[in-house]
Design a protein around this ligand. Sequence first.
Ligand code: 5GP
Length: 184
Amino acid sequence: MTARSRLTVLAGPTAVGKGTVAAYVRDHHPQVWVSVSATTRRPRPDELDGVHYHFITDAEFDDLIEGGHLLEWAVVHGRAKYGTPRAPVEEALAEGRLALLEIDLQGARQVRQSMPEARFVFLAPPTWDDLVDRLIGRGTETADEQRARLRTAEVELAAAQEFDAVIVNDDVPRAADELVSLMS
Ligand code: 5GP
């Protein structure tokens, strides 16, 4: 297995539960190193800086871009910037670890350009209605934000065919186990 083929990118539509599946992998599959992204959005009440994201300012994010310190980055839902710090990924791969990035579709496409040997996995909802329920149920976004996220999700669902594998998130531990089996 080459270093780059130990890298797996998990993408999928907004609110499909990518973050939950990635967190499950982080907590239950210690052999997998899970990247912590940088973002300019504000933390939600249960989120910790350095654990869920590195919460940074716009100016700090722009410095990371200019310094070439991000493997990929994107503006998600037209609002905040999100990006993957490059050095920790390279360190994890150099140590021979399995590495997982949980990012949006734009970011996944960038990684495919720079690291085509990586494995690209699409996390899909069981149904469209299920996705809508999850998005509304989370209750952390305003109605405007929910509409913007649903529009994004519709376009993102159509991208499943670009991926090496599709995992249906019908159950978080099951989906996480399937992901880790694919990676190993
Ligand atoms: P949330 O704000 O709900 O945590 O995440 C919003 C979206 O940003 C999700 O689709 C998530 O996958 C994506 N995201 C999180 N981290 C990154 C990253 O480092 N790069 C990119 N391109 N997207 C990310």
